[in-house]
Write a protein that binds this ligand. Structure first.
Ligand code: C2E
Ligand code: MG
Ligand code: MG
Ligand code: MG
Length: 277
């Protein structure tokens, strides 16, 4: 019986593994056509000042709508895009689209805000990124101060010298820099002194647990103090409740982002939100 159960279990794992491989192959082959077939789009989630309540900017987040797979989440395809190198073309499209959209909002008379774009490590190779950022700004006519790049700690640790040089170059243009998912990477704090950071983003896993786990609350308070004492602003991701917002405000966090204020919105809905305010 035990033997049989063991065999069933290994068949189960094997089937699960095959399903994962098949899913990955499917995502990979379909992702190759996603750009050309106009299946990708961006949604925008507001970032909000915790004290004034003003919208301070927005993060561009990619969406993939596939005719038969439906909406495929970034969690399912960004990793595949990184492994295959497709992230380079997709990342260029994200940068250009976000800059063009932001400029279009400004030309439409909406208050000028900064748009944040997420980057992957692969985009730093071969100095493509400096060229891409410049092109996206030039083609759209967006001023550099209205563009922000979000980098994760693991990206910054991976080939630090190259990333430091590229970032220094981009900062010269006037763009802003955020460290995304702060506290989840396997990294030392030493890199913080090497990068001209503007924002630390507290990862949503901390926001989610800070009101029930005293240790997580201590981490959140420490990150706020650390970021601010280094001269950065601190923003909490994944704020879903009024209680979380109150806690962050009490502990002098600067900004927040999350479903409590707004889900990521289509460009039309985002413009409407700005107009109403
Ligand atoms: P991220 O950059 O940390 O983005 C935050 C994620 O949290 C987004 O998920 C957002 O929709 C979600 N979120 C926002 N507020 C809340 C909340 O209150 N509760 C919860 N539970 N979630 C919230 P999304 O859009 O699925 O993106 C997931 C990740 O995929 C992003 O994490 C980012 O790492 C990556 N990603 C998204 N767009 C791009 C892109 O254009 N390029 C690259 N390289 N990566 C991207
Ligand atoms: Mg991000
Ligand atoms: Mg994040
Ligand atoms: Mg994340």
């Amino acid at each position: 019986r035990a033997k049989e159960a063991g065999r069933n279990q290994s068949q189960f794992y094997e089937a699960a593994m095959h399903a994962r491989i098949a899913e990955r192959a499917l995502i990979e082959s379909e992702l190759r056509f996603a750009l050309a077939r106009n299946q990708l789009s961006l949604v925008y989630q507001p970032k909000v000042d915790l004290h004034s309540g003003a919208i301070t900017g927005m993060e561009a987040l990619i969406r993939w709508q596939h005719p038969t797979l439906g909406a495929v989440s970034p969690a399912r395809f960004i990793g595949v895009a990184e492994e295959t190198g497709l992230i380079v073309a997709i990342g260029q499209w994200v940068l250009r689209t976000a800059c063009a959209q932001n400029k279009a909002w400004q030309l439409a008379g909406l208050p000028p805000l900064r748009v944040a774009v997420n980057l992957s490590a692969r985009q730093f190779r071969d100095h493509i990124l400096q060229h891409e950022v410049r092109t996206a700004l030039e083609e759209s006519g967006l001023e550099a101060q209205y563009l922000e790049l979000e980098l994760t700690e693991s990206l910054m640790m991976n080939n630090v010298d190259n990333v430091v040089a590229v970032i220094a170059d981009l900062k010269q243009l006037g763009i802003a820099l955020s460290i995304d998912d702060f506290g989840t990477g396997y990294s030392s704090l030493a890199y913080l002194k090497q990068f001209p950071v503007d924002y630390l983003k507290i990862d949503q896993s901390f926001t989610r647990e800070m009101l029930t786990e005293p240790k997580v609350a201590a981490i959140v308070r420490s990150v706020i103090a650390l970021g601010q004492s280094l001269g950065f602003k601190v923003i909490a991701e994944g704020v879903e409740t009024a209680e979380q917002l109150d806690y962050l405000r009490q502990h002098a966090c600067d900004e927040m982002q999350g479903y409590y204020f707004s889900r990521p919105l289509s460009p039309e809905a985002f413009a409407e939100l700005l107009r109403q305010r």
